[in-house]
Design a protein around this ligand. Structure first.
Ligand SMILES: [Zn+2]
Length: 159
């Protein structure tokens, strides 16, 4: 299967994930989401766009990186090549909710960010997150009782 390799934006050599080639064209739209809003202040991690190629012209500044505005929904945590996960984000005072809009349907979805993804090589991030989908009327994790483990989260990677 042909795939596109996405590299760490910081060390520029660690492969974060390999995604099917259709990710890069219209067929991948159903898995692409645009970031609409983020209810996190201050942001513990800035989302930085993964590099598509080592010499990707979009990623000239590896140190500061390019802030990601688009995310790709990954099937499973095990699809990643090299990532680390942060400890669960439990914030009593304010939930870390990201609002994403699906590229094909323009449907808006809220996710509670539960873990941030970092590069498995250099441990810098964030290059994505693992989240819990929130129902339209739910805006707080108070409604979510127990999250069993990392496998139950929905993962998004910056692309
Ligand atoms: Zn790295």
């Amino acid at each position: 299967m042909t795939s596109t390799r996405y590299y760490c934006p910081f060390d520029c050599e660690t492969t974060i994930i390999k995604l099917p080639i259709e990710t890069d064209n219209d067929d991948g739209k159903s898995r692409r989401y645009n970031q609409a809003s983020l209810s996190i202040t201050p942001l513990p991690f800035k989302f930085i766009k993964c590099r598509r190629e080592v010499n990707d012209i979009d990623s000239v500044d590896a140190a500061s990186g390019i802030q990601a505005t688009q995310f790709y929904r990954v099937d499973s945590f095990w699809d990643f090549d090299n990532v680390g996960v942060s400890k669960p984000v439990i914030n009593i005072t304010s939930d870390q909710v990201i609002n994403l809009v699906r590229c094909d349907t323009n449907e808006s979805e809220n996710f509670l960010i539960y873990r941030y993804l970092t590069c498995g090589g250099c441990d810098k991030g964030a290059v994505g997150f693992g989240g819990v989908p929130l129902k339209k009327d739910v805006k707080s994790h108070a409604a979510i009782t127990v999250i069993a483990n990392a496998n139950d989260l929905i993962y998004f990677v910056t692309v």
